[in-house]
Design a protein around this ligand. Structure first.
Ligand code: BDP
Length: 710
C-alpha cells in the first residue's frame, strides 16, 4: 500500500500533468477562429525552421512611418509565433546580414505604387516597394509564405494590385445592428467612441491589409445623417486613426437629404448654391479631423432613399455636386447604380441601364459608379450587369456581396469565389471578344485610372468574425480577387484552407472539394436553372407563393412567373427585351431557349413544363432532379467535412459539422417548398426516382409562416 504522504504527492503529480496536458491541448484544440488566416502556427518542418531562423537577427526599417511600424510589428509577431524568436528593430544603415530589410524605392522607379518585391539580397530578406503600404503588403506575403512552410531559397515574390480602390462596404447602422448581417452586431462601438478605441479595430485592419484591402466604408448605404455631424465625425476619426496605420482609408455612406435634415436648409437640391456650399463645408470639416479621408458612398433614389431626382435632377448632378466638394482633396465619390423603378410593367432587370447609360460621360472624373455584379440583386446566380461595357466614359466599380443575404445567412456553406469569378470572366464583347467584366473593372478596357472593387462585408462582432467559419473564406477570396482577379477560385480556396484550417494535405483536399462544389449545390436546391428570388423580406425562408407586396417587383411571383404553361421570365424581344441591353454576341448566347446554358435558362425564357431540355429531361423532371440532388448533396458535403475530422481544430470541426446539419434540414425545406408549389402549376407527379416530400404544401407554408412570425 502507498504511504499517505506518497499518495498525496502522486495525486498532485497527476493533477499537474493533466493540467499541463489540457493546457497544451487547448493551444491547438479550441481555436475560436478569431485569428482568421493570420494564425502563425509554429513551423513544424525543422529544415525550414532553421532557414527562417537565419533571417531573424533584426528588422531594418527605413523611416519611421506608421505603416512601416505596423509591418515591423507584424513581422515580430509572426516570427515569435512561427519560430519562437524575438526579432529587434534597427534603423542602422551599416552592413548587416541575417535579417529582414525594408527598402523604400525612389518614387521614380517604374513599379506600381503599392506593388512589392521580396528577394534575398546581401544576406538578408529584402522587401522593397515605393510605398509603405507596399512594404506592408510584402510583409504579409512573406508571412504567408512562412505560414505555408515554403523555403526561402531562390526567394522572389512580387505582387501589385490590378485595382486601385479595394474596399469593404459595411452596412452597419449607428445602433449597432447590421443590415443583412448574420455575424452578430457591428464591430463599431459608436457609443464608446472616440474615447475608447476597441483593440479589435486593429485586428480588423490587420486582416484586411493582409489581403491588400485599402478602404472601408463604415456605415450602411441606407445612411443616417448623423454621420455628418461633428459628434460622429470625431468618432469616425478615431477609427480612421487605426485604419491609417494599415494603409486603409476610411469612407462614409451619406444621406443625400442631410443638408435639409441635419443642416436645416430648405432644400437638398444639388444645383442649389446653398446646398453646394453646405457640402463643401462639410467635406472640409471632415478633412480637418481625417486628413486622409477616402470619400463618400451614395445610395440615392433607390428603395426610398432621397436623391437628386427628388428635385428633377439626375444622378450625375448629385454626384458631381459632391465631387466638387472633394476637389481640393484626394477623396472620391462612389455613386451606386442599384436603382429600379416602380413601373408595374417594367422589368427591374432593365432599370439601372435605363437610368445610367444616358448619363455616360456626364460624371465628374472624381466619381466612380458602383455597379452590383448582376442586374438585379446578389442572387445565387445572375448574368453580369449590362452596365459593364456600356458606359465607356465612366469608371465603373463592381460591388459583390460577401454577407450571405440570399445565400443562406450563416448556416449554409457557400464559397462565393465561384460567383465573383463567373462575373469577372463574363465577356461583354464591347470591344470584340475578350472584353471581360474584369477588364472593365480594372480599367484596362476603357483606360480608367480610378478602378474599384467593393465587397459588402460579412463581418460582425461574433468571436470568429463571420458566424459560419467557412464564410471567412469569402472575405479572404474577395480581398485576394480585388488584388488580383486572375487568381482562380481553387487557388484561393487552397491558400485559405492551409492558412486557416489545416496543414494536412488530405484534409485540405477534402475541404477544398467541398468549398468548390458548395455554390452549385446551393443553387441546385435554392434557385435551379436560372430561377431567382429577390422578393421582399428577410431573404431566407422559401416563399415562392408570395404574391402581395407594395410593388409588383417585391413579390416572388413577379420573378419566377410560374403559370399553367410553364416557368421563367421571358426577357427576349417577345418579352421584356432586357436582352437587348447586351451586345449581339451576348444576346446570341441567351436568346434561343434551345441554346441558352441551363444555368441561365429561366432568367431569360418562359419554358413549358413539358419542354425537353438538352439533358433529355422535361423542364419539370429536370427541376425536380436538381432540387433533389442539391438537397442530397448536402450529405456529400457532410461526408467530405467528416473526412477532415481529427486534422483540424475540434471546435471548428464541430461548429461546421453542426451548421451542415442545419443546412441539410433547410435545403430539404427549400426543395419541398419549390417542388410542392410548382407542382400546383405543372400538375405532374414527382419523378419516380425521388421520394415525394413528407409534408404537404400547406404544412410547408405553415412552417414558413412560423419562421416569419413577429
Ligand atoms: C438589397 C438589400 C437591402 C439593401 C439593398 C442595397 O435587401 O437591404 O439596402 O440591397 O444594396 O439587396 O442598397
Amino acid at each position: 500500500m502507498m504511504s499517505r504522504r506518497f499518495s498525496v504527492l502522486f495525486i498532485a503529480f497527476i493533477l499537474t500533468i493533466s493540467v499541463f496536458l489540457s493546457a497544451d491541448a487547448s493551444a491547438s484544440d479550441g481555436d475560436d477562429g478569431y485569428r482568421l488566416w493570420l494564425r502563425y502556427e509554429p513551423v513544424t518542418d525543422p529544415v525550414v525552421k532553421g532557414e527562417y531562423l537565419k533571417f531573424s537577427a533584426f528588422i531594418r526599417q527605413s523611416g519611421k512611418g506608421e505603416i512601416m511600424q505596423s509591418a515591423s510589428q507584424e513581422l515580430q509577431k509572426g516570427f515569435k509565433s512561427l519560430v519562437n524568436r524575438n526579432i529587434s528593430r534597427t534603423n542602422s544603415s551599416g552592413n548587416m546580414s541575417g535579417g529582414i530589410v525594408f527598402k523604400l524605392l525612389p518614387r521614380t522607379t517604374s513599379v506600381d505604387d503599392e506593388g512589392y518585391r521580396i528577394q534575398l539580397a546581401g544576406g538578408n530578406v529584402e522587401i522593397s516597394s515605393k510605398s509603405e503600404s507596399g512594404i506592408l503588403y510584402g510583409t504579409f506575403a512573406l508571412l504567408k509564405h512562412m505560414q505555408m512552410q515554403r523555403p526561402l531559397k531562390n526567394l522572389n515574390i512580387t505582387g501589385s494590385p490590378k485595382v486601385r480602390y479595394r474596399m469593404l462596404n459595411h452596412w452597419d447602422n449607428p445602433d449597432g445592428s447590421i443590415e443583412r448581417g448574420y455575424a452578430g452586431s457591428s464591430l463599431w462601438k459608436w457609443y464608446e467612441l472616440p474615447e475608447r478605441v476597441d483593440p479589435r479595430y486593429m485586428d480588423y485592419a490587420r486582416a484586411n491589409a493582409s489581403l491588400g484591402i485599402n478602404g472601408t466604408v463604415l456605415n450602411n448605404v441606407n445612411a443616417s445623417a448623423r454621420f455628418m455631424s461633428q459628434e460622429y465625425i470625431v468618432k469616425v476619426a478615431a477609427i480612421a486613426d487605426v485604419m491609417r496605420r494599415y494603409g486603409i482609408k476610411t469612407y462614409l455612406s451619406v444621406y443625400f437629404a442631410a443638408p435639409k435634415t441635419l443642416g436645416g436648409l430648405p432644400t437638398s437640391d444639388p444645383l442649389d448654391p446653398s446646398v453646394r456650399a453646405w457640402w463643401k463645408e462639410k467635406v472640409a470639416q471632415i478633412y480637418k479631423e481625417i486628413p486622409d479621408f477616402g470619400g463618400f458612398l451614395v445610395k440615392a433614389n433607390s428603395e426610398g432613399e432621397p436623391g437628386p431626382q427628388d428635385y428633377g435632377r439626375t444622378h450625375a448632378d448629385g454626384a458631381n455636386m459632391l465631387a466638387e466638394a472633394f476637389s481640393p482633396y484626394d477623396g472620391i465619390v462612389i455613386w451606386r447604380a442599384f436603382v429600379y423603378k416602380a413601373d408595374p410593367n417594367a422589368d427591374r432587370f432593365k432599370a439601372a441601364y435605363e437610368e445610367f447609360v444616358p448619363l455616360d460621360g456626364k460624371f465628374d472624373p472624381k466619381v466612380i459608379v458602383q455597379v452590383k455584379n448582376g442586374p438585379i440583386d446578389f442572387q445565387p446566380r445572375e448574368p453580369f450587369s449590362p452596365l459593364f461595357g456600356n458606359m465607356p466614359k465612366t469608371p465603373l466599380g463592381i460591388e459583390f456581396q460577401l454577407t450571405q443575404e440570399y445565400l443562406g445567412f450563416a448556416t449554409h456553406a457557400v464559397y462565393e469565389a465561384a460567383i465573383f469569378k463567373e462575373c469577372l470572366q463574363s465577356d461583354t464583347y464591347v470591344n470584340g471578344g475578350g472584353s471581360t467584366v474584369a477588364k472593365v473593372v480594372d480599367g484596362s478596357l476603357h483606360g480608367y485610372a480610378r478602378t474599384l472593387m467593393a465587397g459588402v462585408a460579412n463581418t460582425g462582432n461574433v468571436r470568429n468574425w463571420t458566424g459560419h467559419p467557412l464564410a471567412q473564406a469569402n472575405w479572404y477570396a474577395f480581398g485576394r480577387l480585388s488584388w488580383d482577379h486572375q487568381l482562380s477560385a481553387e487557388q484561393i480556396a487552397q491558400e485559405w484552407t492551409e492558412l486557416t484550417l489545416t496543414r494536412n494535405r488530405k484534409a485540405r483536399e477534402n475541404i477544398v472539394d467541398l468549398m468548390l462544389r458548395s455554390r452549385e449545390i446551393y443553387v441546385d436546391y435554392n434557385t435551379p436553372l436560372g430561377l431567382s428570388r429577390p422578393w421582399m423580406g428577410v431573404h431566407f425562408a422559401p416563399e415562392p407563393w408570395q404574391n402581395k407586396g407594395s410593388r409588383p417587383d417585391w413579390t416572388a411571383v413577379y420573378y419566377h412567373r410560374a403559370d399553367s404553361v410553364g416557368l421563367g421570365f421571358d426577357r427576349t424581344a417577345a418579352g421584356s427585351n432586357a436582352l437587348s441591353q447586351y451586345r449581339p454576341e451576348v444576346q446570341k448566347q441567351w436568346n434561343d431557349p434551345d441554346k441558352t446554358p441551363l444555368s441561365y435558362l429561366l432568367w431569360f425564357h418562359h419554358i413549358g413544363w413539358g419542354k425537353k431540355l438538352s439533358t433529355g429531361n422535361t423542364l419539370w423532371d429536370e427541376l425536380c432532379g436538381r432540387l433533389y440532388s442539391g438537397a442530397d448533396s448536402v450529405m456529400w458535403m457532410q461526408k467530405k467535412w467528416d473526412l477532415a475530422k481529427g486534422n483540424l481544430d475540434a471546435q471548428v470541426y464541430t461548429d461546421v459539422a453542426e451548421r451542415l446539419k442545419v443546412q441539410r434540414r433547410e435545403a430539404i425545406w427549400w426543395r419541398n417548398a419549390w417542388v410542392l408549389y410548382l407542382q400546383t402549376f405543372a400538375k405532374q407527379p414527382i419523378p419516380k426516382d425521388f421520394q415525394p416530400p413528407k409534408q404537404t404544401l400547406d404544412e410547408v407554408k405553415k412552417s414558413v409562416n412560423i419562421y416569419l412570425m413577429r
